[in-house]
Every structure is written in structure tokens, then in C-alpha cells.
Design a protein around this ligand. Sequence first.
Ligand SMILES: NC(=O)c1ccc[n+]([C@@H]2O[C@H](COP(=O)([O-])OP(=O)(O)OC[C@H]3O[C@@H](n4cnc5c(N)ncnc54)[C@H](O)[C@@H]3O)[C@@H](O)[C@H]2O)c1
Length: 367
Amino acid sequence: MIIQNVALGNRGYDIFIGNQIINSITDILHTLNPNQKSVVIITETNVADLYLKMLNDVLIEKGYEIHSLVLPSGESTKSLLFFEQVMRFCLQHNVERNHALIAFGGGVIGDLTGFVASTLRRGCRFIQIPTTLLSQVDSSVGGKTAINSLEGKNLIGTFYQPSAVIIDIQFLKSLSNRVYRSGYAEVIKYGLLGDKQFFDYLRHHNDLFLVRDTHFLMNIIAHCVKMKADIVSRDETEQGERALLNLGHTFGHAYEAETGYSDILHHGEAVAIGMVDAAEFSYRLNYLSLSDVSMVKKFLVEVGFNITIKDYASHISAEIILKHMMQDKKVSNNQMTLILLNNIGHAFINKNTDIQVLSDYLFNKIL
Ligand SMILES: NC(=O)c1ccc[n+]([C@@H]2O[C@H](COP(=O)([O-])OP(=O)(O)OC[C@H]3O[C@@H](n4cnc5c(N)ncnc54)[C@H](O)[C@@H]3O)[C@@H](O)[C@H]2O)c1
């Protein structure tokens, strides 16, 4: 087992990474509060069908009383409706401030449960047990919690750190190829934004990614989590450096918004296209070489990603994408902030991206 720490003073916490380490949950609960006798688990149908009994057995063996709430799978669960349902379930089962809730699922369950934990009795503890690759390398670490509203995605949320994260590789075996690959976009993102050696390591080990090699997954997850933990401990609330983690995301969010945050385009698939945009646009602005752009595209294709939005949705126009990007990011003086690349392994925050130049790029690319 690898243990990493997010150094945030009295809000700091450990991240446990390993294969078949789910039983460490009881030690963690005991360390957090030896008097907690009952546990509320928030999960969703797919994860519950596969793994809830396993988690229950571990907890029952140590004498915990369990109350689990199984929500529908999917992005629409990150809503005010389910926020209320989870909140009331917790209150009905007497969750106290010094009790830890358990978020057992992918990014949807983690974001929703974290948001509930941050507001329940003005803040109670929660433990993340992420079950998708995306949630293991990204969303379970760093304390961004959120739900969606009709007005947009992740518009209601908090910065609220978990008390512990248990990353158990065994859960990744049952992911569909598409969900597994989608999470891998975030892994590639870490290499692209800050570690060329890691990017090259990934490029040269695509075979291990495809077979879901346990040792490989342990290594890459630990590496990403360390990068994220270090960035978050320096910039918890995204005043600066943490924004680098949004590489590819402003373009990606625009594609997701236009496809209705649906199964047409998964988050990681949008991020993969967004990273190609960030690379191509950086080339357009003379920050990145053409050979680096080609390398990014070639690698993403080898992994199995489509790298143009037209492969997912043929109706999309440059105007609409620009409109979404301008809604997502503040525009002042006809400029917006974008994360760009000046090398593979080196992203930077470009605070004054000219909207006209961006518009030219999108029109030439999409039309
Ligand atoms: N908080 C953050 O910092 C942050 C960062 C990135 C993304 N996010 C959020 O994360 C969400 C996406 O997360 P996600 O990709 O994990 O989505 P998800 O939670 O919807 O999971 C994707 C699919 O995998 C299924 N699944 C989950 N675990 C499984 C398992 N072990 N085996 C088989 N199937 C399993 C789910 O039922 C679902 O169908 C989005 O809402 C996004 O906004 C948050």
C-alpha cells in the first residue's frame, strides 16, 4: 500500500492506494473517531450491485451498524433533488459532526456526498472510496464538491476536504472500456501539464494500460495523486497554480455543455479533445512546436480517443463552442484565461487570450 498526504494543516489527510485494501476502512474510521458505531454509505446502483456487500461485510465484521443509500447512477444524480434526499437520510440516521460519511462510487457520488458533508450540521467528516479511474486520480482528491443545477454544471459547491481517501485498484476491473479510457484522459493530462517523463512513460506503456495491469495502475495513480496533492496543498482554492489542472477543460466543458452532459460525450472524452485544442491553439500562438502537437494527437489516438468533436456530434458549430467558452470563463477586454502549453510537460496560465484569435482557431478547426 502507498500512503500519500495532502498537507493542509488541520485539514490535511491521507490517501491510501493499493489493491484490495478496502478493509483498511475500519482502521481509518476508528482512528478518526473510536466512538462512531454506525456508518452511512452513499452509493449508486452500479457500484452497489458489484461491491456494496463487500464493503458491508468488512464493516459488519468490526461491529458497525450500516445505513446505505443507493442512488441512481449517472450525472443527473448530482442535483438539488438528490442533495435533499442524501441530507435527509443522514439526518434521519443521526449523523453527527464527528461522524464520517462514506462516499462509495465515481465522481458523481464523491462530488454529491462531499457537498452534503460540507453543509450537514455545518460540516461533518467524509471518506472518499472512489471506484472509477477518473475519481481515483482526480475528483476524490482536492476537496472540490459540487452539484449541478438547470443553469449549469458544478455551479453549486464548496471547497471541503475529505478526512481520508481509499483508492482500491480492484474496483477498476469492472469498468466498461469507455469509462476506463475516459478516466485515462485525466492521467495523460498530468503528464502533459507538468511531467514530460511521465507523459513518455505512459506513451511507452499503452499495452499495460489496455490490460489494466495492477502494478502499472498503482504506479500511475500514485503519481497523479502525488501531483494533485502537491498542487492542492500549495493552492487549495485555485488562486493560481491549481488552475493548471484545468488543461483542456475550458474547451472540453464547451463540448460537454453542447452535448448536454450526456452519454454522447463523456467528461474524459471531452477533455481529450480539449487537450488537443490546447496543444493546437498553443502552436497557433507560437508557444508549442508542431511535432509536439502531433505527438499529443498520435498518443491520444493510440489510446483509443476520437480527437475531433465532429466524431461525437456532427452538428456542432464554432460559434456555439465559443459562446459556451465565454459563459464558462470571465471575459474582460475581449480576453479570457486559458491553460496553454509551451512544451509537453509544461503548461502555463495565459491570462490574456485574445477572443478574436480563439474564434479564428475554432472556425478554422471546426468548419
Ligand atoms: N471534484 C472534482 O475535482 C472533479 C474533478 C473531475 C470530475 N469531477 C466530476 O466527476 C464526475 C465524473 O466522474 P466519473 O467519471 O467517475 O463518473 P460516474 O461517477 O458517473 O461514473 C461513471 C460510470 O461508471 C459506473 N461505475 C462507477 N464505478 C464503477 C465500477 N467500479 N465498476 C463498474 N462501473 C462503475 C457508474 O455507475 C457510471 O455509470 C462529473 O460529475 C465531474 O464533474 C469532479
